[in-house]
Design a protein around this ligand. Sequence first.
Ligand code: AMP
Length: 416
Amino acid sequence: MKKTLKDIDVKGKKVLVRVDYNVPLDAGQNITNDKRIAATLPTIQYLLEQNAAIILMAHLGRPKGKAVAEMSLKPVAPRLSELLGKSVKFVSGDCISEESKKAAADLKPGEILLLENLRFHCEEEGKNAAGEKDKSAMDAFAKELASMGEVFVQDAFGTVHRAHASTAGVVKYLKDAAAGFLVEKELKFLGEALDKPVRPFLAILGGAKVSDKISVIENLLNKVNAIIIGGAMAYTFLKSQGVSTGVSLVEDDKLDLAAELLKKAKEKKIEFLLPVDHIVTNKIDFANKAVPSDAIVNITADEAIEEGFMGVDVGPKSIEKFAEAVKSAKTIVWNGPLGVFEIDKFSKGTVEIAKLVAEATEEGATSVVGGGDSVSAVKKAGVDKKISHISTGGGASLEFLEGKELPGIAALPEKE
Ligand code: AMP
C-alpha cells in the first residue's frame, strides 16, 4: 500500500501537489468544464486545514516544450480561487523561473500558488531541448521543481501512467510523498475491483479498436467472470468466428488474436458476450459524426451483417442479452462505448448499458467507469451520479486494467 495524504506530516509545510488541470478552454480562453479543478478541492482543503503552503503543478494541452500563450494555466487560477473562496497566486511565463521560485519561497502557510504549464518545458516529458529522450535533463528539471517544496502529493490520476518529471521524478528529491485524496480514491476503486471483486465480476469493453485493448482483455481474462464486448471491437471477434461483418470496422491483422482470446475465455469458463444483432448503415459521415440523409439504417436479424453495411451499434436482442449479465453482476468495470454513440441514432446500446449499470449499482453492485467516451455516455444517459466511481484518468485507468505498473504511483513510498 502506498502512503496517502493522512500518512504524511504536512503541517505548516511547503507542499508540492501535482494536479490534473488539463481543462477544456474555448477560443476566448474560458474554461468550459471545471470538473477536474473541482476534483482537487478535497486535497487542497485538507492541506489548508493543515496550514500548509500549497504549490500546485499541472499541465495543459500539448505545447511540446514551448511557451504557448493559449495553453497557459492562467485561467485556472481565478476559477480555483472562485471554487475555494480563497485567493490563488499565479506566476506567468515559466514554472521554474526566478520569479516562480521567489513566489514559492515567499509563500506563507495557508497560501496557494499555481505554477505555469509544466509542459512548456520539454524536460517535463523526459526530453531535452533537441527533442531527444534524456533522463538526466528530466531529473534536473524535477530537482528544480522539488527545490520549491518540502513534501510531494500526487493528485493527478490522469497523468500517473506517465513517467514524467512532476509525476515520478520529483519524489526522490523531497522529504516525503503520498497519494492525494483523488488518487487514493482511484486506487481504491480500481484496485479493489481488480484484486478483490465481489463476484460475479463483469467487464464491459467497447470502442474502436481491439488493438488498443488487447492487454486489457488479456489481463481481465484472469480476473472476471464475464465480459461484454461491443463497439467496433466486436466485429473483429465476430469475423474471427467466420461471421460476415460487411464493411464494419475490422482489424484483419488481429483476427487470429481475437480467436485466441475467445478460446482462452472458453477454457477459463468465462462468459464472453458478443452482440447477437446490430444497428447497421450503408453510409456514415465519421468526420462530422453524422448520418447522410440518403443512408439506409437497418436492424439485423442476427449476428451476420450483409455486404455493403457496417455495424454502428448493438441491436435490441444484444441489449437484452447484455442486460442479464449486467443485472447479475456485483462488480462492473466499463471502458468504451458500444457503438458510434456520438451520433444519437447510434447511441442507444451505449445509453441503455449505462442505465443498466446504474440500476445494478442501485441494487448493490460496485461500478467503475473509465475512459472519456464511456464517461460522456453515462452523462448522456443522465446516470453519472449513480455510478460508484467515474475514473478521472482515461489512459491511466486503462493501463491499470492492463495490470501495468503506473510510474507516478510506483514512485510513491510505501506505507510504514
Ligand atoms: P475508444 O477511444 O477506443 O474507446 O473508441 C471510442 C470510439 O469508438 C468512439 O468515437 C466511437 O464512435 C467509436 N465506435 C464505437 N463503436 C463503433 C463502431 N461500431 N464503428 C465505428 N466506430 C465505433
